[in-house]
Design a protein around this ligand. Structure first.
Ligand SMILES: Cc1ncc(COP(=O)(O)O)c(C=O)c1O
Length: 365
């Protein structure tokens, strides 16, 4: 079977490239003395979690308890849940996972979330590790790097079923950076903020055992990181337009593409393919476009509707694709693209195609 035999649109993963990406990151993190706790939100599969574990990852990261269900069922019991546990449904869900053997660490940024997690500890008669999340500029979750961090760490320590393990930062704004020099500077600046915070905590008798920092762009600049103990990259397994544009990866490092077929040529200036936002996701990029077409830098996906992608020539000329021709598109944001598909096709080193179920797909709770 070859790619020509596959129905489209479909997600295709180059296994050799993905393995190289995993191996390179594992080797670099090991050489620099960082624990590696890959975020599974990108691949969402026990298949790749096993490969990451075989390469020495210290555990895995998930965002959602539904993703944790998939990983726990596959035997991964050391998970960072990088998300606060809020509400009785989540409390009962986490309790069930702990009863099934999960040893979670949970990130949080409020007393409310700490109280909620304490109740889970009570329900399961267990002690749960906590990382206090600190905002390093993404302005999503996380306390500002000031006295509130120490206050919350002390509060966590005062609760009998929680253990304060340290800090988590996620500079998600760096994912959209387009200048590798600026990226390096941002990683350095984040590290300085973290270093100052850790020194302040230490001076008030709070020593974080874990300082977990995130992301593929940050990990690409790990030489700039002095004050974290752990890295949580996710996108690095497949890479995408955003990681390439940030300088964190090269086009050859992009392992995941959406295979699409040209279905209509209503005008010489554009071609229509069968991959729309339901195959590629609608995540944009500051440089514009909805993905990069493999081998065709002259073309750009200018528009998406749910089931259609519109391809145009960058310079505004005529598009030379015929109806029935196939193209491969590197998504802007591979994590949300993968999450559109129940399964991917893995192309092995020998060119053989096998199905890779995306078991964590749809696990948004
Ligand atoms: C908390 C957290 N950690 C780590 C990551 C992984 O980052 P990246 O996708 O840049 O590898 C993410 C991505 O969304 C995240 O939200």
């Amino acid at each position: 079977m070859t790619l020509d035999d596959l129905d489209t649109p479909t997600l295709v993963i180059d296994e050799v490239v993905a393995r190289q990406n995993l191996e390179r990151m594992a080797a670099r993190a090991k050489a620099r003395g960082f624990a590696l706790r890959p975020h599974t939100k990108t691949h969402k599969t026990p298949y790749w979690a096993r490969a990451q574990a075989a390469l020495g990852s210290s555990g895995l990261t998930v965002a959602k308890l539904g993703e944790a269900d998939v990983m726990v069922a596959a035997g991964f019991l050391d998970l960072l849940i990088a998300y606060p546990i809020i509400g009785p449904q989540k409390q009962r869900h986490l309790a069930r996972l702990i009863q099934a053997g999960l040893r979670p660490t949970v990130s949080l940024d409020s007393r409310e979330a700490a109280d909620s997690l304490e109740q889970v500890g009570q329900m399961t008669d267990s002690v749960i590790g906590v990382l206090v999340e600190v905002d390093s500029g993404f302005h999503r979750c996380g306390l500002p790097p000031g006295p509130a961090v120490a206050d919350l760490a002390r509060y966590v320590e005062s609760l009998p079923h929680l253990r304060w393990d340290g800090l988590m930062v996620f500079g998600g704004h760096m994912s959209r950076e387009r200048d590798p020099v600026v990226l390096r500077r941002l990683v350095h600046e984040e590290d300085e903020v973290v270093g100052t915070l850790v020194a302040t905590l230490r001076s008030s008798d709070l020593s974080p055992r874990i300082v977990s920092t995130g992301g593929t762009p940050q990990a690409a600049c790990m030489d700039e990181i002095q004050h974290a103990t752990e890295l949580r990259p996710g996108t690095y397994i497949y890479n995408d337009v955003a990681t390439v544009r940030s300088g964190a990866a090269a086009w050859e490092d992009c392992a995941a593409t959406v295979l699409a077929t040209v279905v209509s040529r209503p005008d010489p200036r554009w071609a229509v393919v069968d991959a729309g936002s339901k195959a590629l996701s609608s995540d944009g990029h500051p440089d514009g476009g909805h993905g990069a077409i493999v081998g065709r830098p002259d073309l750009v996906v200018t528009r998406l509707s749910e089931e259609h992608g519109i391809l145009e020539e960058r310079a505004g000329g005529q598009v030379d694709l015929a109806i029935g021709e196939r193209i491969r598109i590197v998504p802007n944001h591979v994590c949300t693209a993968v999450a559109q598909h129940d399964a991917a096709w893995l192309i092995g080193a020998d060119g053989a195609l096998t199905v890779l179920p995306i078991a964590g797909r749809g696990r948004v709770r």
